[in-house]
Every structure is written in structure tokens, then in C-alpha cells.
Design a protein around this ligand. Structure first.
Ligand code: DGJ
Length: 724
């Protein structure tokens, strides 16, 4: 299938389901013509009908007035909006020119098509991994500075995913400053859209909020240095009538783990523009002669069948084209983490007995969390000192026993941080971020390290890799527990300080390349005080991320529900913990709809609680991979809109499905049918809730009848449907 074509002056990316059309006008501006359902190529009349009011009058430097009918202006939408030209809807690129101005005009020079996807230097990016993709790269040149913009669009044949890449190169001898270089710009006609975004905080990540667009600018951003506690870079613009199963939705995301910003502007003519990219607050990046600036890869997702379909597209994309580790596609052993049970208070003996007990409840991978290194007996000491605290733990013995018990072994690290009370800080105080002439704010008694400094990165790589190469470690949890308060680097010159936030993120990716990618047999899980760095950049290296430190179902149902809009269940680290609100059955059913594990003191479980865990320990090896890790997710019941969470995950071949229903209120005994989409209409499926056998069509149109089931508060039902 040919994905990119050129007809009637238009360049069209189309896969039969979604199309994106651009046009180079008579004045060499790159215009956006259309994005949405693929309705075939446009002819000239159709293009003119969309790009109405094209009129551009200008006085050339030579003194002549020109009028162009077919030129930028009017209701026309752009691909690279800049200051100094056009529509006042906000710019995607902003440059501080050498003459002090912001005047910029990027004009078309050339374009080229190529099969496949672009690769990015120093930043994570999507991979083809068997998908068919094509790209078109435009070269645009700023008429004043000569700065070159390489703008690339890539489309997938098998899913409605469009990638957008921007690289700026300064060919002149004079340095220039980039003040903004957004990864995404999408202009849409009209403003009859809602915006769905995911805000949050520690312990309450990714809470969906749907608001109507209004005239003016709606902005969301992150300034804390990590991508996603307060707001997630994934967000959706959707038709007002759109819901889970109907309507047009445009999703946006970034391969970026640091500060980002999104602006949605509706102008006085009722046009809508979405701009998303690195946050331009505290950002100013100097480009010397022949230097380049690479913006994070931007992603546009499209569905005209509602939000569940958009999520499925995003999930398939993440599982197949974002996550790089081949271990992600293998069976993931049932995980036990020591943190909530033991915290820092453990010894060799207590961990050995934890392991014995954990094994009895089905554990296949035992993870020793924080507290095994340096002088780390609480969170005030030791970060930065990645040597085993042999007075506290005999790591060799613990690992050997773990393997003898037939379990894999995992270890916790937080490589990017340092406590002031550590050998590393005493030796290299300037390696911590922050201005030495100011009070430097600590977060959880620690500082982020200055990852812009290659010496710091080299030190961390050699410390962490020494442990990973010495011990037989199967899994690593990589944590990050502090905001970036003052992004001052003692290592960089004054010209480079405006780029610190961006260079820190690149430093993180460099560590990932040299630690994560150099250990392909180790499974890495990301974490940032829970789900504070839940983004495509992190997922490129970490196939799963600890979803939240909040494990109580009262809050967790919202966290997992919200996270599911952008991210697959397999990426959401979800553990059964000691929280008291719900039974172990409910905690286990809910955690099962994520990447499943345990986190408590196993010797404190009653026999009854152990019994409650048994069902899913058995289910896990049989059902989890094909149904949860690889399935298609449908959101059926929103805990925000009613008293239930309802999620359905359908095996790709539609032969089986798992339904999760959790109530939030007590004694709801109304007539209660839950309709199940996603099964094959003509096939027959038995469900293990009431043993009935029905066709897919019946489940889709009538549903499973849960009445007269007595739902107590936080009661759950995990129902398995299997084709007969
Ligand atoms: C924060 C994480 O979210 C927890 O799971 C745990 O690993 C602690 N850090 C350890 O300090």
C-alpha cells in the first residue's frame, strides 16, 4: 500500500482510514488542508473550498507590493506557525534573531519521501517493528536567519498514528536562540470540540477531565522536570457528541519525559489550533553554527469510532512501536515487591523469610526495593552511593536463595538522585543541580544530579552497571523521587543555561541507553514517586511503570481508569497491598487489570486472605498475558459517572475476554446489565459469573445480567468469557 502521494499540489498521507493533507501554496508556505477520516484524494476545487479566503499581500524588501490569491492568510491553517506572519493563534517555532527581533518566515525549499520512520539522535522515537510506514520530510528555510527546519511526517499503514518530527539547524556563523520548537501543531476548522486531559498529583495520577473548548487559549503544562504527575502529555480533542464508542477523536502525545506544554487556541474566526511540545518556560536554546536542535517526537492518534478505539490504537502503538525490550512480549513473572511490607527495615534473615512466604502465594519474581545500598536506612541518606550495604544485607546470599526457590530476583535503584548525606555529594557537591549562591530546595531530602554533565553520567553508569554485572539480577525498578526545582547546572556555560531542562532529559535517555539497553536480559520497570514519569519516552526503555504509590482501590479505580485512556494495561504496575478499604479479592481483581503483583508483609496474611489471592495466582499464568497484556481494552463503566468501574479486555483473536466490575457504593441491587462489545457476534461464549452461554451479539446488545447480585462497597467481579 502506498501511504504518501502527491496530487494537485497536495501531499497526502493516507492509510484508507485516516488521512492528513498538506499544500505548498503560491507563496511557499506549508499549509494544512485536512486531517480526519480518509475520504480519498482532494481535487483543486475541494482544496480551494477548504482553504477559503487565501489572500496574501506583502511589500517585498525590494519595494514592490505583491498580491497572491493562493497564499497564506484568511481562514487558512498552517503547519508551522511562526511569529511575524499570519493568524495570531500562537506559534510552533519562535526564534530570537540576531537583530533582536522575533521576525521569522519559514518558506518551503524541498521535500522527499522515504519508506520507514526517522531515527532521532539522543532522543527516543517510534520503531517500525514490522509495521509498514512511510515518511515525508520537508525542508523549510527561515528567510531572515537561514535557519533550516526539517519537518517530517510519518504514517503507519496498520494504525491511525501519525508522527511529527522537527529538527532545526543553524547554517550561519551567527548563533541564534530557539525560544520555542513545538513537536506538534494541528489546525482544525471550527471549535465544536471537547478537550479531555488527565491531571493529577502524587497518589492521584491521571484523573480524566473533559471540558468544552472556548475562545482564547487553554494551556496545560509541566514545570516540575518530570512529565506527568500534575498533567499527562497524552490528551484528546474530541467531537462534542463523541463517547467511548462513537465520534471523532484526535489524540496527542510526546516522546518526552521532562517539562512540556500544550496550548489549544480558538481564535475569533472559530478556528482551533493545538500546539504541543517542550515547555518554553525557562527555555532558550542557543544554536551555534551548524548545530542542530531536535524536538521530541510528537504523535497524533485518530479514531472516528470513539475513545475506546482511540485507546486501542494508542495501546497497540505503545506495545508494538514504542516499547523496545523484547522481554515485554514474553510472559511476565508474578512480582512481589518488598517496599510496602518492609520499607527500609529489613535484614538478610527477614528478606529470606519474606521470600519463602512470597513463594507460597505464587510469586515468581521477588523485588528488593529501597534500602540495600550505601548508608540507606531511611530516606535522608545514601542516594548516590551504589554499593551494597554488607552490614545490612548479604545480597549474594539473598539472590542465590531466591533463585533456589525458583524465583527471579529484582533490585531497586534511583540513579538520577543524590542525598546531601552521601559519599557522592561530599566528593562532588557541584554535581547536584541548583544555584550554589541560592538556597537550594531539597525534595524528599535529595537533589537531582546534573545529568547535563557527562562526568556525572559516566560515574552513574559505572556504579550501576557494576552491580548489574556482578549480581544475577533479572529485574530493576528505576525510581525518581524529586522535582527539579532550580535547573541551574554548575557544569554549563551561561549561554547553555536556558537549555538545562532539555539537556537533563537527554541525560536521562543517555543513562537509559547505557544502562537499560546494555542489559537486554534484565526487565526494567520505571517509577517516579509512583506514576510521575508515565510517558512515551520512559516507556521506550521501561515496558512497565509503577502506576501510583496509591494502591487503595478507593483511589486506584480512578487511577487505572484514567491511565487506560492513553496507556495499555501491561504498562501499569499494579500491586495488591495492605490498604484496608477493600478485601484482598477486590484488591487482587483490580490489580489484575494492570501489570500484576503483591506488595505487603506476606507473613501477616491470614489463611483467608491467602485463599483470596489463590484464584488470581492461578488465573495469572493462564490468562494474564493473552487477555490483559495483549488484549483490546473497552471502558464500559466510568467510576466518575456512576458507582462502578467496568473494564473489558478482549483477546486479540476474540475467543476469550475478561470483565472487571468494581462497585464504589454499597448494596446496589438494581437490575444491572453490563453490555460487552468486542466479541464476535456469531460466536458463543460461556461466562463464569453465572455459567450462561450466549452469542457475542447477545452480550453486545443485552449484556451480562448481574442482578440480583448484592454489591457491597468495593465489591468486585472478575468474569472470564470463553468461546464454546
Ligand atoms: C517511591 C516509589 O513509588 C515506591 O514504590 C518505593 O519504591 C519508594 N519510592 C522507595 O523509596
Amino acid at each position: 500500500m502506498k501511504l504518501i502521494s502527491e496530487e494537485n499540489g497536495m501531499i497526502r498521507l493516507a492509510n484508507g482510514s485516516f488521512s492528513y493533507v498538506m499544500y505548498v501554496d503560491g507563496t511557499k508556505h506549508l499549509q494544512h488542508v485536512y486531517s480526519g477520516k480518509d475520504i480519498g484524494p482532494f481535487d483543486k476545487a475541494q482544496r480551494e473550498s477548504i482553504l477559503k479566503d487565501c489572500y496574501y499581500e506583502y511589500l517585498s524588501p525590494e519595494g514592490a507590493i505583491h498580491e497572491e490569491k493562493d497564499g497564506y492568510g484568511g481562514d487558512v491553517s498552517s503547519e508551522v506557525a511562526t511569529a511575524g506572519l499570519g493568524d495570531h493563534m500562537g506559534s510552533a517555532i519562535r526564534i530570537a534573531q540576531n537583530d533582536g527581533s522575533f521576525s521569522t518566515e519559514f518558506l518551503y525549499v524541498s521535500h522527499r519521501f522515504y519508506p520507514g520512520l526517522p531515527s532521532l539522535k539522543g532522543l527516543p522515537y517510534a520503531r517500525e517493528n514490522g509495521s509498514i510506514c512511510e515518511s515525508v520530510e520537508f525542508l523549510l528555510k527561515d528567510a531572515l536567519s537561514g535557519v533550516e527546519a526539517y519537518l517530517t511526517y510519518s504514517l503507519f499503514a496498520d494504525k491511525n498514528v501519525l508522527l511529527r518530527n522537527l529538527r532545526l539547524v543553524n547554517p550561519s556563523k551567527e548563533p541564534i536562540r530557539i525560544l520555542r520548537a513545538a513537536s506538534l501543531e494541528l489546525d482544525l476548522p471550527g471549535y465544536a470540540y471537547d478537550h479531555l486531559h488527565f491531571f493529577g498529583t502524587w497518589g492521584r495520577e491521571r484523573f480524566p477531565e473533559r471540558v468544552a473548548l472556548m475562545h482564547g487559549t487553554l494551556a496545560h503544562s509541566i514545570t516540575s522536570g518530570r512529565s506527568s504527575h500534575e498533567e499527562n502529555p497524552f490528551n484528546v480533542l474530541l467531537e462534542k457528541k463523541a463517547d467511548e464508542t462513537h465520534g471523532e477523536c484526535y489524540g496527542f502525545n510526546l516522546f518526552y519525559s521532562g517539562n512540556w506544554k500544550e496550548e489549544i487556541t480558538v481564535n475569533e474566526r472559530n478556528n482551533t489550533r493545538v500546539i504541543e511540545g517542550i515547555n518554553d518556560e525557562n527555555f532558550s536554546y542557543e544554536l551555534e553554527e551548524n548545530e542542530e536542535f531536535i524536538a521530541p517526537e510528537g504523535v497524533i492518534l485518530y479514531s472516528n469510532e470513539g475513545l475506546s478505539k482511540l485507546s486501542q490504537t494508542s495501546h497497540d502503538f505503545i506495545r508494538n512501536n514504542v516499547i523496545q525490550s523484547p522481554l515485554a512480549k514474553q510472559y511476565r513473572p508474578l512480582l512481589f515487591n518488598s517496599w510496602e511490607g518492609a520499607l527500609f527495615d529489613f535484614s538478610t534473615q527477614s528478606i529470606l523469610s519474606y521470600m519463602e512466604e512470597a513463594k507460597k502465594i505464587g510469586t515468581e519474581l521477588f523485588v528488593l526495593d529501597d534500602g540495600w545500598f550505601g548508608q540507606r536506612n531511611d530516606d535522608r541518606h545514601g542516594l548516590g552511593d551504589w554499593w551494597v550495604n554488607t552490614e545490612k544485607i548479604d545480597l549474594g546470599k539473598v539472590i542465590a536463595h531466591c533463585h533456589e526457590l525458583g524465583m527471579k530476583f529484582g533490585l531497586w535503584f534511583e540513579p538520577e538522585m543524590v542525598n546531601p548525606d552521601s559519599d557522592l555529594f561530599r566528593k562532588h557537591p557541584s554535581w547536584a543541580l541548583g544555584h550554589p549562591q541560592l538556597n537550594r530546595e531539597l525534595g524528599r531530602h535529595q537533589f537531582p544530579l546534573d545529568l547535563t554533565n557527562p562526568e556525572v553520567r559516566d560515574n552513574l553508569v559505572s556504579q550501576v552497571n557494576a552491580i548489574l554485572d556482578h549480581y544475577a539480577i533479572d529485574y530493576v525498578k528505576w525510581d525518581y523521587n524529586c522535582f527539579i526545582q532550580d535547573a541551574y547546572s554548575s557544569h554549563l556555560s551561561k549561554e547553555r543555561q536556558g537549555g538545562v531542562n532539555y539537556l537533563l532529559v537527554k541525560g536521562y535517555y543517555d543513562l537509559c541507553e547505557r544502562i537499560v539497553m546494555s542489559h537486554p536480559k534484565i526487565f526494567f520497570e520505571g517509577c517516579a514517586s509512583g506514576g510521575g514519569r508515565f510517558d512515551l519516552g520512559t516507556l521506550s526503555y521501561f515496558p512497565q511503570i509503577w502506576c501510583s504509590d496509591e494502591t487503595d482501590p478507593a483511589q486506584r479505580i480512578f487511577i487505572q481508569y484514567g491511565t487506560s485512556f492513553g496507556y495499555p494495561l501491561s504498562t501499569m504496575g499494579s500491586h495488591v497491598s495492605i490498604s484496608k478499604t477493600a478485601s484482598y479479592t477486590t484488591k487482587s481483581d483490580l490489580a489484575f487489570f494492570g501489570s500484576y503483583g503483591y506488595e505487603f508483609n506476606p507473613s501477616k496474611l491470614s489463611d483467608f486472605e491467602k485463599e483470596e489471592l489463590k484464584k488470581n495466582a492461578k488465573n495469572y499464568s493462564q490468562l494474564h498475558k493473552s487477555l490483559i497484556d495483549e488484549g483490546d481494552l473497552y471502558r464500559l463503566l466510568s467510576p466518575q459517572e456512576g458507582n462502578f468501574l467496568g473494564l473489558l479486555s478482549v483477546k486479540k483473536d476474540q475467543s476469550e475476554a475478561l470483565l472487571l466490575v468494581v462497585s464504589t457504593l454499597k448494596k446496589i441491587t438494581l437490575s444491572f446489565f453490563v453490555k460487552l462489545p468486542g466479541l464476535k457476534d456469531e460466536r458463543r461464549y460461556r461466562n463464569d459469573f453465572n455459567g450462561e452461554v450466549h452469542t457475542g451479539e447477545f452480550y453486545r446488545t443485552v449484556g451480562i445480567n448481574f442482578s440480583p447480585k448484592w454489591f457491597d462497597e468495593f465489591h468486585s467481579e472478575l468474569v472470564h468469557l470463553k468461546e464454546e
